[in-house]
Design a protein around this ligand. Structure first.
Ligand SMILES: [Mg+2]
Length: 296
């Protein structure tokens, strides 16, 4: 395939793409359970822990029914990533138990979305900040190759806070890589009017993925971030370990999307991205530069 002239920006997701989320999630879950028990729910630790793991099993058994919902839209399905399963488990557990819901409402009186979404965001940002990063084996080499490549520019775009990502990139010596943090790929805005065109499903904002899943593209904050990155580049490629939050929107905007296959990648995500004209499944992070050169 002919490589177009000019700079290609490679937009990298952080958690789960450059890091091995699957190795960190148990610690994140335990810290969340402790904080919920002690500070927010004021309920016995063993009870919260039991509730957490019972809810988690339920989420994974029927993930299409247990979703990360924001403003009434589906931001992600519960099985898409290790951290997403943790977030969905916490939201589901807090929402299904009226005494938990009430405690969360009291702890978060001034909310941005709703108390449960705010609570799960609070726990995620607070507790992942101090987690020791577990980079994937290929992360350092891939970042070095991208940085040295004459036509590729890596940019990290993440819903995690910029401070955390920048500090962790510094550990590997990549403080020069631009980081766009807190880009809120999960933020669904039902008042946003932009329409998209699906080759078979016509014009709309929410499209069908398969008989159990849909994709909600009403993500103006993420859309704006992508448009900014395209402005002075010849092309953009997005790379991430999950589909709904970082991948669905760029794919439907005509931007190539590489889905990194991990131990937790659900079959439905792999199948959908693999057969989409703008989608490609990346079998391992080490193949990233080769794969980007193929799709641009
Ligand atoms: Mg990710």
């Amino acid at each position: 395939m002919k490589i177009p002239e000019g700079l290609i920006r490679v937009i990298l997701d952080y958690d789960g793409t450059l890091t091995a989320e699957e190795e960190q999630v148990a610690e994140l879950a335990e810290r969340s359970i402790i904080t919920l028990s002690r500070d927010i729910l004021k309920a016995p630790l063993s009870q919260v822990r039991d509730d957490y793991y019972r809810t988690r099993a339920m989420v994974l058994a029927e993930s299409h029914k247990f979703r990360w919902e924001v403003n009434g839209g589906i931001a992600s399905y519960g099985d898409e990533g290790a951290f997403i399963t943790n977030t969905t488990t916490i939201q589901t557990m807090l929402g299904m138990n009226p005494s938990y819901t009430q405690a969360v409402r009291e702890y978060f009186p001034n909310v941005e979305y709703d108390p449960i979404v705010d609570c799960s965001n609070y726990l995620f940002h607070k507790l992942t900040f101090d987690l020791e990063p577990h980079f994937r084996e290929a992360t350092e080499r891939v970042l070095r190759d991208l940085t040295a490549h004459p036509r590729l520019e890596p940019v990290i775009l993440s819903s995690s806070k910029r401070d955390k990502v920048r500090r962790n990139m510094g550990i590997l010596g990549f403080e020069a890589i631009r980081v766009l943090g807190d880009t809120r790929q999960y933020e669904i805005d039902p008042s946003w009017k932009r329409q998209f065109v699906h080759p078979e499903q016509g014009t709309g904002q929410i499209f069908r993925v398969d008989d159990k899943h849909t994709m909600d593209l009403r993500r103006p904050a993420y859309y704006q971030a992508l448009v900014e990155e395209m402005r002075d580049a010849a092309g953009v490629v997005v790379v991430a370990d999950t589909f709904s939050m970082p991948g669905a929107l760029p794919m439907m905007m005509g931007i190539p999307f590489l889905l990194l296959k991990t131990v937790y990648t659900p079959a439905w995500c792999e199948a959908f991205v693999g057969q989409h004209a703008q989608g490609c499944v990346l079998p391992e992070l080490a193949l990233l530069v080769d794969c980007v050169e193929e799709v641009i």
